[in-house]
Design a protein around this ligand. Structure first.
Ligand SMILES: NC(=O)c1ccc[n+]([C@@H]2O[C@H](COP(=O)([O-])OP(=O)(O)OC[C@H]3O[C@@H](n4cnc5c(N)ncnc54)[C@H](OP(=O)(O)O)[C@@H]3O)[C@@H](O)[C@H]2O)c1
Length: 306
C-alpha cells in the first residue's frame, strides 16, 4: 500500500487515560519488535503510544490502537519515513503537538530498513548483488544515523521527561561474518558507538541511552532476508545454539523492555544489554555438532565404554 510521506494519523484518545501519563515513542510500531514493545509498555508501566511507520501494515497499526485504548491509554501515529533527517524533524514536531514538552519517557528505535548485498561485484551469482550507493545512505540513515537525529530532535524540543530512556536494538549476528550482511553489520556497529556517546552526553541532562542485544526473532524484516528454506534452516541452527533450545519471541522482548523502565534498572546506561539467552557463545559449537551428528547418524552404533 502506498501512503503519502508524512501523513499524520489523528490521535486516538481513549477514555479514562490519566492526564499526566507519559508517552513512549515507538519507531517501527506496526510490526515485529516495535509492535510488541508498544503493547508491553502500554500495559506496564502504562504509557501512551506515539508510533511511527510508513503505513505498510495498517491492520497491525489499528491493532495497537485497539490494544492501547482497551488499556485506557492514548495512541497517535506518524505515517512517514522516520529514517531520514527531514522525516525525524516532521515527526518530532507532530509529537510535540500531540504529547507536549517533557512527556516522553521512552523512545525505542525499532525500524528495520537495511539493504543486503556485497561490497564487491562478481561474488558469484544470484543473491550476492553488489551494493549501489543509495544502499549505503538508506541503511546507515535508517538503522543508525536516525537514532542520533531522534536524540537531537527530542532534546531540542524539550520533549524528554526526567529520567527518560532512549533504546536502540541490535542482534548478536552483528558479530558474525555472514554473506550480504556487511552494511547492516556496519550500521549496528555505528549504532553501538552512538549509544555510548549519547549516554555520555545525555547523562548530565538526566537521561539514559541503551542498546538491547537479542537473538533472532520471527519478524517480517528477518524473513525478508532469507528464502523460506534458508529461514527454516536458520531457525533450526539458532534453536540449537541457544541453551534453552528455542528462539526468543517478540512478546518476550516487549516484556523485557518494561523491566528496563523500572527504577531498579536505572544504572543501565550506555550499555549493550545481552538478552541473547546465550546464543552468541555457542554458534560454532552448534555448527560443529551438526556435522558430527550427521556423521554419527550414518555410523554403526558404538559399543559403550566398559
Ligand atoms: N527481528 C530480529 O530477529 C531482531 C533481533 C534483534 C534486533 N532486531 C532489531 O530490531 C529492529 C526492528 O526489527 P524487526 O525485525 O522487529 O522489524 P520489522 O518486523 O520489519 O518491523 C519494522 C517496523 O519499522 C517500520 N519501518 C521500517 N522502516 C521505516 C522507516 N524508514 N520509517 C518509518 N518506519 C519504518 C515498519 O513499518 P513500515 O514498513 O510500514 O514502515 C515496521 O513497523 C531492527 O533494528 C532490528 O535490527 C531485530
Amino acid at each position: 500500500m502506498k501512503v503519502p510521506a508524512h501523513t499524520i494519523a489523528a490521535p486516538r484518545l481513549a477514555d479514562g487515560g490519566s492526564g499526566d501519563a507519559k508517552w513512549a515513542v515507538i519507531l517501527g510500531v506496526s510490526s515485529g519488535s516495535g509492535f510488541e514493545i508498544a503493547k508491553a509498555v502500554a500495559a506496564e508501566p502504562g504509557l501512551n503510544i506515539f508510533g511511527a511507520h510508513r503505513g505498510h501494515w495498517p491492520e497491525q497499526a489499528e491493532a495497537i490502537d485497539a490494544h492501547v485504548a482497551a488499556l485506557g491509554r492514548k495512541s497517535a501515529h506518524f505515517i512517514g519515513d522516520v529514517g531520514t533527517h527531514a522525516g525525524v524533524e516532521h515527526a518530532a514536531d507532530r509529537l510535540l503537538e500531540v504529547a507536549g514538552p517533557r512527556s516522553v519517557r521512552l523512545c525505542v528505535h525499532a525500524i528495520a530498513n537495511a539493504s543486503l548485498g556485497m561490497f564487491l561485484p562478481g561474488y558469484g551469482d544470484g543473491p550476492f548483488r553488489p551494493f549501489i550507493q543509495q544502499n549505503f545512505h538508506k541503511t546507515m540513515d535508517s538503522m543508525a544515523n536516525s537514532f542520533v537525529w531522534w536524540a537531537q530532535a527530542l532534546v531540542a524540543r524539550d520533549l524528554l521527561a526526567p529520567g527518560a530512556q532512549l533504546l536502540g536494538l541490535t542482534n548478536p549476528i552483528s558479530d558474525s561474518m555472514i554473506h550480504n550482511f556487511g552494511l547492516i553489520t556496519a550500521a549496528k556497529a555505528a549504532l553501538q558507538v552512538y549509544v555510548k556517546h549519547l549516554a555520555w552526553e545525555m547523562g548530565p541532562l538526566g537521561y539514559r541511552v541503551n542498546l538491547l542485544n537479542y537473538g533472532t526473532v520471527d519478524t517480517l524484516a528477518v524473513k525478508k532476508a532469507f528464502t523460506p528454506e534458508k529461514w527454516q534452516r536458520f531457525q533450526d541452527v539458532v534453536a540449537q545454539a541457544i541453551p534453552a533450545r528455542r528462539m526468543l519471541t517478540t512478546p518476550e522482548v516487549g516484556q523485557f523492555v518494561t523491566l528496563l523502565l523500572r527504577p531498579e534498572a536505572h544504572w543501565f546506561n550506555g550499555a549493550t544489554i545481552d538478552f541473547t539467552g546465550g546464543q552468541s557463545q555457542s554458534l560454532l559449537d552448534c555448527l560443529l555438532y551438526d556435522a558430527w551428528d550427521k556423521n554419527r547418524a550414518n555410523a554403526p552404533k558404538q559399543e559403550e565404554n566398559p
